[in-house]
Design a protein around this ligand. Structure first.
Ligand SMILES: Cc1cc2nc3c(=O)[nH]c(=O)nc-3n(C[C@H](O)[C@H](O)[C@H](O)COP(=O)(O)OP(=O)(O)OC[C@H]3O[C@@H](n4cnc5c(N)ncnc54)[C@H](O)[C@@H]3O)c2cc1C
Length: 270
């Protein structure tokens, strides 16, 4: 999965699942819904140490059927010995994890036609969902002196957590594509951070397509001196075009780029 070598040690992935109860729902901005989840058995949850870590959020398959999760069987494998139905699930960033309170914040983009987005738009306190142990990817090499983050609004929760966890000696140049100025967020950071907001997301024909991330990337014609790290998150084809620009257009070391397709235009993220 990683396109560069790990410099740090992280615990190995441990398969595990958790039921969660929604404890609050708020419209953070016009296009973003924040849900707080109380994680049942959260003392077992293993955070990865990667600030972009994500879980798969499992939702009820239909209004009559509750969420079910795999269970660990006598041989240690996970399965559904009771024949329960597989639940639709989608990847979402852990915007914040409070291990003491076992509370997780997840920010979901409100968009048309999505299983998870539709759930979020009607989510209520008391709703039950499922999650798995998180996985993560963001990992600047040890010698990194600057980082560039290029994401659309689906990557904004990851950007938020990355910036909040920066040290005072770290530098981040950030470009985020959002639908409107009202979707900007205030993000605290101890680091040296510059954020540029691009209000072109979801603009359709007005902007020549749903996402303008490749154009935003191509407008970056020069990178800072010294060893850097580039993190890209957005629509899958757009993210790979952005990577191509930095790798082929600017000759940046491809082993120091992580580009992740967060969603796929015209296709569910199953
Ligand atoms: C590692 C990772 C972390 C992620 N973190 C977040 C996060 O924190 N918050 C977040 O909102 N998303 C996040 N995503 C993206 C999210 O998983 C996808 O957008 C997913 O498709 C949403 O599921 P859905 O059920 O709403 O739509 P789906 O059922 O998957 O798709 C249905 C339709 O909606 C379209 N669609 C999907 N997403 C969008 C979108 N954002 N805008 C417009 N159209 C869309 C699809 O093209 C498809 O046509 C993350 C993805 C990954 C891989």
């Amino acid at each position: 999965m990683m396109s560069h070598d790990h410099d740090h040690d992280h615990p190995p992935y441990v398969e595990d699942y958790f039921f969660c109860e929604v404890t609050s729902v708020m419209r953070l901005t016009p296009s973003m819904i924040r849900v707080a989840l109380r994680v049942d058995g959260g003392e077992r949850l293993i955070s990865t140490g990667h600030p972009d870590e994500w879980v798969r959020l499992a939702l009820r398959p239909d209004p009559e059927t509750p969420v079910t999760l795999p269970v660990q069987m006598a041989d240690g494998k996970w399965g559904r010995p009771d024949g329960s139905q597989h639940c639709p699930n989608r990847p979402y960033t852990v915007r914040r994890w409070d291990a003491d309170r076992r509370e997780m914040l997840i920010d979901l983009v409100a968009h048309e036609g999505g299983v998870a987005a539709s759930w979020a738009m009607g989510a209520k306190v008391g709703d039950i969902v499922g999650i798995c142990n998180p996985e993560g990817r963001f990992e600047p090499p040890e010698d990194t002196s600057w980082m560039l983050l290029v994401t659309d609004i689906t990557g904004l929760p990851a950007v938020g957590r990355i910036l909040e966890e920066l040290g005072t000696d770290q530098r981040a140049i950030v470009h985020v594509e959002i639908p409107s100025a009202a979707d900007r967020q205030e993000i605290d950071s101890a680091g040296d951070v510059s954020v540029t907001w691009h209000e072109t997301h979801g603009g359709g024909e007005r902007h020549g397509g749903y996402t303008q991330l490749p154009g935003i990337a191509r407008a970056i014609e020069r990178l800072p001196e010294g060893p850097g790290y580039i993190y890209i998150a957005g629509e899958a084809r757009a993210a790979s075009e952005c990577r191509k620009h930095f790798r082929d257009g600017l000759g940046f070391d491809k082993t120091r780029i992580d580009a992740i397709g967060y969603w796929i235009e015209g296709q569910a993220r199953v």
